[in-house]
Design a protein around this ligand. Structure first.
Ligand SMILES: [Zn+2]
Length: 225
């Protein structure tokens, strides 16, 4: 990946007029939002710049830049929507990653924490008996427990779930925003979001389990679109 391509793939936080985080996008898309005057770029002092003002501005030494016909332009880390109060609300997708994240990368039968590679999805009511792929029927399980349980329900296998599985309250943007390695510029806009503490703790679990951040982040970004 070239420097410019990498810079354009940088994750950018989108906030609304009330300074609330509503989305995460790529620098490439953020520039389109600036160019079409849908959003303004926020500098480190939270001054909002139009595309022209941003392009004229001298970039700080720590900022990544992309070369344009007008010279290098800094990649903003936060952009603010001019008109919309909120982007369409995305629902959290039922994916392997999100289930592992919800369950703290911990087997819901024996309590062992493991890397994503060593974990499985377990259907509490087995698939063979009509158990659906749903937030309340699928949990994170280690391979050993998954094998031991086989095509049985937990009571039949004499196994117990650590907790009742439910759909998480957090939004996809929050799930992504709290991944380790987030830019410090995002912090002020994340602290007050619903589920923030829970998410920060879950990501710490993922980190302790040795989950691959780059992979998870790329996957998460693909999900938020
Ligand atoms: Zn287990």
């Amino acid at each position: 990946m070239s420097g410019a391509t990498r810079a354009l793939a940088t994750q950018v936080l989108v906030i609304n007029r009330h300074m609330q985080a509503v989305h995460i996008t790529t620098a490439r898309r953020a520039f389109v939002l600036l160019w079409t005057d849908i959003a303004r770029a926020l500098d480190s002092t939270w001054v909002a710049h139009t595309f022209d003002a941003w392009a004229e501005r001298d970039s700080a030494p720590h900022e990544a830049t992309v070369g344009t016909s007008r010279g290098p332009i800094a990649v903003p880390r936060v952009v603010q929507l001019v008109t919309y109060d909120r982007m369409p609300r995305a629902t959290l997708r039922l994916t392997r990653r999100n289930i592992f994240l919800r369950d703290g990368h911990t087997c819901q039968y024996c309590g062992r924490r493991a890397t994503p590679r060593d974990l499985n999805l377990d259907h509490v009511m087995p698939r063979s008996r009509g158990g659906p792929m749903s937030w309340d029927n699928v949990v994170c399980s280690c391979r050993a427990c998954n094998l031991r349980k086989g095509g049985r329900t937990p009571p039949e296998a004499n196994m117990r779930l650590l907790k009742k599985p439910v759909r998480p309250r957090w939004s996809p943007i929050l799930a992504l925003a709290f991944a380790p390695g987030r830019p410090p510029e995002w912090e002020p806009f994340l602290a007050n979001l619903q589920g923030a503490r829970e998410l920060a703790a879950l990501w710490a679990d993922a980190e302790a389990a040795g989950a691959l951040h780059a992979e998870l982040r790329a996957e998460a970004l693909a999900e938020t679109g």
